[in-house]
Design a binder for this molecule. Structure first.
Ligand code: SF4
Ligand code: SF4
Length: 240
């Protein structure tokens, strides 16, 4: 399968060397998210269904950090290496991204990072984001979703984003884009260049630091969020 970039993903080392205060924050927020969603452990999905795992699974920098910590602490080095080399950044034939943590061959436990899976993965199959399959969505109060969102995307009243360059910051992105953003200065520049020239951000939400505006790139077009799908709705700011 094709990769999203020509970049050799096997050399990604920087993503495992994050400053400790960020690690502490990510761990704490993921613990709080798990507590918040504790009552939702039973979904009505067919065990073999994983339709919502295909596509651009977006996550915050907090979730990305929590996942990489989980990999470091729970996976063997060889397994992590295989993930980075072979699965991160893979695109399906139809151009959509493949979640690197999906094990399509497994019937039941198809998610290899279930304890730290992103918020969006927890919301599918609930009343907050019902899917097209014939299942009874489990009840999820919108307020709970917003609380979870706030935990992961905000620190106090400021939203969390990672600056790519003087003009642009990354707010929400698939795992592979976060890997590039966090690996090195050179990779940040590469990612910035890719986003600007490719004209498709794979669903990622970017922040224009000059215009103070959230946007995404789709088929060469810049689509600004009027209220950023509630992104940054409480207060504009940039932690990173
Ligand atoms: S993280 Fe897990 S639940 Fe989420 S899309 Fe990937 S495999 Fe599916
Ligand atoms: S939420 Fe829907 S698409 Fe996702 S696993 Fe459940 S039934 Fe399948």
């Amino acid at each position: 399968m094709e990769k999203i970039f020509k970049r050799d993903f096997s050399e990604l080392q920087g993503i495992f060397r994050r400053p400790e205060p960020i690690n502490i924050f990510a761990r704490q927020r993921m613990r709080e998210l798990n507590r918040l969603f504790e009552g939702l452990s039973r979904y009505n999905c067919e065990p073999s269904c994983k339709q919502c795992c295909y596509g651009s699974i977006l996550m915050s920098y907090t979730e990305f950090s929590a996942i990489t910590l989980y990999l470091q602490e729970n996976w063997a080095a060889k397994q992590v290496q295989e993930l980075i080399e072979q699965r991160v950044g893979q695109k399906k034939d139809d151009g959509t991204l493949l979640c690197p943590f999906l094990h399509p061959e497994k019937e039941r436990e198809h998610c290899s990072i279930y304890q730290v899976r992103p918020l969006i993965c927890r919301v599918f199959g609930t009343t907050a984001a019902p899917c097209n399959e014939r299942i009874e969505p489990v009840s999820l109060d919108d307020a709970v979703f917003h609380l979870g969102y706030h935990l992961l995307y905000y620190s106090g009243r400021q939203f969390i984003a990672l600056n790519l360059d003087a003009k642009m910051a990354l707010f929400e992105a698939p795992f592979a884009l976060w890997c590039l953003a966090d690996n090195s200065e050179a990779d940040r520049r590469l990612l910035s260049f890719y986003l600007e020239h490719n004209g498709d951000s794979l669903g990622a939400v970017l922040f224009d630091r000059e215009r103070n505006e959230f946007f995404t790139l789709r088929r060469g077009k810049r689509i600004a969020f009027s209220n950023a799908r509630d992104k940054g709705r409480e207060k504009n700011g940039n932690d990173a």
